[in-house]
Design a protein around this ligand. Structure first.
Ligand code: RNT
Ligand code: ZN
Length: 420
């Protein structure tokens, strides 16, 4: 503890020489909430039916590490454990298939806030805001790969009803918790092989979305987001909700666009999209993920793109217009550790970005002094960032350094490892 404080004092001086106030930075960092996705805890299984398994619909968790949460209580306990190792106050991002139906099947078009009341109460007790997602996969009416753009009106109407139900639930979450809920629509719709009709499904999707969003909701308690995708497993040739589709939809309807880091061509990055898209949509939702060769949803690590995303959020001054959500699910490692690693990395990236001498760098750029810009950006990489991060964790009363791993191992020995 003494070492951490001493190291921080030195780091504070070093950053001070660059014109960066580390105390102020830590205060700012504390105000940034990350939306923790419930689905890392059970490989996107949910609790709709006992022993529900993923998934269908273009997403796939891989791995069979023991100890995944099997019940709502287990999932909540795991999230609480993860949160106890993550500095700051955050949010829970819940999927509709995680409903609390008391053991009695309730179909997607019939869910109401009562099926989520226990989650809202739990979030409230844990000081968490909530975000929400309709679930357009893992269902017999999604089995052929189409939902909101389905050619069959009956199936389309069913999913429209689901979307409408979810907005009502999302609005209740926002209202009860006094913190705006973002409800994000992602659908898997697409064709495995080359379609003949690319128009029809897109015409139907626009119509379905318009029906879902018909009721105006108070933007203080609820916001809508739409998430595009390039391709999915079993939908390699055509995705109805492509980037251009949702970009156009979000701009024309003034909805939030959700940028998922894994949903673009392999050399395309979302860090560069933030400033472009925010010119035309009111706010953004991020699904921070880590694609490896494809939309693989690996656990987020502190790599160049994560740093670039955080830099964009801080440098642009538009943090208040961006909702930061995580979207990864790795079933090959301890699932609580996955949350802790990914979320801590997201916070580390934000801290690194806040520790930049922003005004100085901007002045260099504006005066055409690109030499200084490059030189300072490189010098920043070897500043004592780790000392500030350790101190931030210490002050937030969460494990410093790899201490958290010991706690996860203990939790595994006592709890998750005992699950069959
Ligand atoms: C799928 C999308 C979507 C899901 C979640 C579970 O490719 O990224 O956001 O990961 O809805
Ligand atoms: Zn996503």
């Amino acid at each position: 503890m003494k070492n951490i404080e001493q190291a921080y004092e030195i780091a504070k001086q070093r950053y001070g020489e660059l014109g960066v106030d580390t105390d102020k930075v830590m205060k700012q960092l504390k105000t940034i909430a990350i939306s923790l996705h419930c689905w890392q805890g059970d490989d996107v299984g949910g609790f709709e039916t006992a022993g529900a398994e993923l998934s269908g619909g273009g997403i796939q968790a891989t791995g069979n590490y023991p100890g995944k949460a099997r019940t709502i209580d287990e999932l909540r306990a795991d999230i609480e454990t993860a949160l106890s190792m993550i500095p700051g106050k955050h949010r829970l991002n819940l999927h509709a298939c995680y409903l609390d139906n008391g053991g009695k099947f309730v179909d997607r078009n019939e869910i109401t806030v009562e099926h989520f009341q226990s989650w809202i109460d739990w979030a409230n007790a844990n000081g968490l805001g909530m975000d929400f997602n309709p679930t357009y996969f893992s269902h017999e009416k999604a089995a052929d790969g189409f939902t909101l753009s389905h050619a069959d009106k009956g199936i389309r109407d069913f999913w429209i009803e689901h979307g409408i139900a979810c907005r009502k639930i999302g609005a209740q979450m926002g209202k009860q918790l006094g913190s705006t809920t973002v409800t994000n629509v992602w659908i898997p719709d697409g064709y495995k092989d080359i379609p003949v009709d690319r128009w029809g499904p897109r015409v139907r999707l626009v119509d379905s979305l318009d029906k879902i969003f018909a009721e105006k909701l108070d933007s203080k308690i609820h916001l809508d987001a739409v998430e595009s995708k390039l391709f999915g497993i079993g939908a390699e040739s055509y995705t109805v909700g492509s980037h251009e589709f949702y970009m156009g939809y979000a701009v024309s309807r003034q909805k939030l666009l959700c940028l998922d880091a894994g949903h673009y061509h392999p050399t395309e990055v979302i860090s560069d999209k933030i400033s472009s898209v925010l010119m035309f949509v009111p706010e953004l939702l991020l699904h921070v993920s880590r694609p490896v060769r494809w939309d693989s949803d690996h656990v987020v690590i502190l790599n160049d793109e994560l740093c670039a995303i955080a830099q964009e959020l801080i440098r642009s001054g538009k943090l208040d217009k961006v909702h930061i959500g995580l979207d990864f699910f790795d079933a090959s490692i301890n699932r609580v550790a996955a949350w802790v690693i990914g979320t801590r990395c997201m916070i580390k990236a934000l801290l690194l970005a806040l520790l930049e001498p922003a005004e100085k760098l901007r002045a260099n750029e504006q005066s055409g002094d690109y030499t200084s810009r490059l030189a300072i950006l490189e010098e920043l990489k070897t500043q004592p960032f780790g000392a500030v991060w350790d101190y931030y964790c210490l002050k937030a009363d969460v494990p410093v350094g790899k201490q958290w791993l010991d706690e996860v191992k203990k939790y595994e020995a006592d709890v998750t490892g005992k699950r069959m």
